[in-house]
Design a protein around this ligand. Sequence first.
Ligand SMILES: [Zn+2]
Ligand SMILES: [Zn+2]
Length: 289
Amino acid sequence: MKLFIPGRRFYKGNTHAHSTASDGRLSPEEVFEAYHDAGYDFLALTDHWRVSAEQAYRGMLVLPGVEYDFNFPTQVLHLVCLFQRAEDARGIVRGMSHTEVIGRVNGVGGVAIAAHPAWSLNTTEFLASLDGVELSEVYNTMSDEPFNGPRGNSESLLDVTAANGKYYRLVAADDSHRYQGEQCAAWIMVQAEALTVTDILSALKAGRFYATQGPEIYSITHEDDRITVDCSPVSRITFCSNLYWVDGRCSSGEGLTGETYRIRPGDRFVRIQLTDADGKKAWSSPIVV
Ligand SMILES: [Zn+2]
Ligand SMILES: [Zn+2]
């Protein structure tokens, strides 16, 4: 089984960015310009509790989006939500519980993404309890050094969550606020039928995307007890799973363009992680085996 449709193009997009409509430093127009000029196909402007409208900016699709936040005694939940239409978010207001908000987002065909779970100090139990949230940021540029502390990376937290049975699909995003280097650094490549809001959201729900800071995944094939990845040249290809020690799970070298992993007894999920010569990474979502 191929995880991506052969021959179908991937669209590059950032699902998490802020503007002067909340606590970002650039105006919405300036944010669009920054991402457009960097070659993005789509962008979600996700200001805090301020839903952006769908629009096209010089050919770049701007998805209706928002970031909602909820506070708990030892953690926070930030939910990046993408909608078919901005009007669909009408009625979602501060004071609602996170479960009610998640229900409403799904009820109108939207997509909810758990933002920066490591930064949020989320526990795996809490992440596992988020019914209706199937995507999570595995990497958030703004939550990482040098912009913040070293909590932009949620790989380990989401592996523990997956080992306990909740398989989040993995997104990478900038969460750009200051536009001082954190913008255009982490994104998703989405295999949508066309560059429309409906098609991007459908592809996200179907899991036809991967997260990256640069390395490209061309194909992933899962056949019998083998998972094979084809990719742009990288220095490391790692197959992460719920098993502790697996001999040969990490291949390293110069210009690696693919690798095959043999699924071991006890593997319940396998995800692929690439690292290029500059240390830039790409992440597949967990493949349930
Ligand atoms: Zn946030
Ligand atoms: Zn944010």
